[in-house]
Design a protein around this ligand. Structure first.
Ligand code: IPE
Ligand code: IPE
Ligand code: MG
Length: 254
């Protein structure tokens, strides 16, 4: 074996100071700081986004290698349309390329891809690629990988309200029967449940309209690292912090 192969194999295994029994089942990530990463190098902001894609590719591999069952990432918010048109175009093109180029590896790893957000408002060619990539991975039984594009937590909650209101109007649902379980069946996280761990890069202490319902009891880990610099060492650190947390869910310490 070459030195590189030995190193690669080592990186693929869960670090020994992490307990495989106490891994978060579902990790959500707000991938923030691409613009600042570029600006700190004297580059235009948009130059940070391709590097952000590189970091995402590595994170998918890392989560799959280490046994995380579900990964949900925030790629584009409903508010991100308010950015300069050129930046929006770059991000849309990068998402499309990512979905096309990563498909063989997603298949090889048996990763099940899901796309959430208001997809109907996205550019046609991106929608076509989304359809192809999701269609190819539906039977995959491995890690569930969800990409949120044109996603907003408030919009998601409103959509659920509209769907339930329509059922009430049709007479197929009684308002008294609307409970948390029913509500959750209409959310984009149906089948994977709430994130156990939310990671946000670039030091911002906010949720920025991500998974508002689902983050109710998630552990939040914020790092100053900018997204393009987020690597396996950073993920190791986030998981290590998570394993030290005491999740009480409103109860007292047992
Ligand atoms: C995150 O990085 C990528 C998207 C929101 C699409 P930013 O582009 O927000 O980077 P900063 O926060 O401006 O540095
Ligand atoms: C959140 O980052 C959205 C994504 C990472 C896709 P933003 O950069 O848009 O969030 P704010 O504007 O700092 O809250
Ligand atoms: Mg940002």
């Amino acid at each position: 074996m070459t030195a590189k192969q030995i190193i690669d194999n080592t990186l693929k295994t869960l670090p020994s100071d992490l307990d495989p029994q106490k891994l978060p089942r579902h990790v959500a990530v707000i991938m923030d700081g691409n613009g600042r990463w570029a600006q700190r190098r004297g580059l235009p902001r948009i130059m940070g986004h391709p590097r952000g894609v590189d970091a995402l590719r590595e994170l998918v591999r890392c989560c799959d290698d280490w046994g995380i069952q579900a990964l949900t990432v925030y790629a584009f918010s409903t508010e991100n349309w308010n950015r300069p048109q050129q930046e929006v175009n770059v991000i849309m093109t990068l998402i499309e390329q990512f979905l096309r180029w990563e498909l063989p590896e997603l298949m090889q790893r048996q990763i099940h891809l899901e796309l959430v957000g208001k997809l109907q408002e996205l550019p046609e060619s991106l929608k076509k690629q989304m359809h192809r990539s999701v269609g190819s991975t539906t039977e995959n039984q491995g890690m569930r990988f969800t990409v949120a594009t044109n996603y907003g937590g408030r919009q998601e909650i409103l959509q659920v309200c509209q769907a339930l209101a329509a059922e009430v109007k049709q007479g197929t649902l009684n308002p008294e029967d609307i409970d948390q379980a029913l509500f959750e069946r209409h959310l984009c996280t149906v089948g994977i449940g709430d994130p156990d761990l939310l990671i946000r890069t670039s030091g911002e202490m906010r949720i920025s309209n991500f998974l508002l319902w689902q983050l109710a009891y998630s552990e939040i880990y914020i790092t100053d690292t900018l997204w393009p610099d987020f690597d396996r060492a950073q993920m190791h650190r986030a998981l290590w912090e998570f394993q030290k947390r005491d999740r009480r869910f409103g109860k007292v310490k047992s």
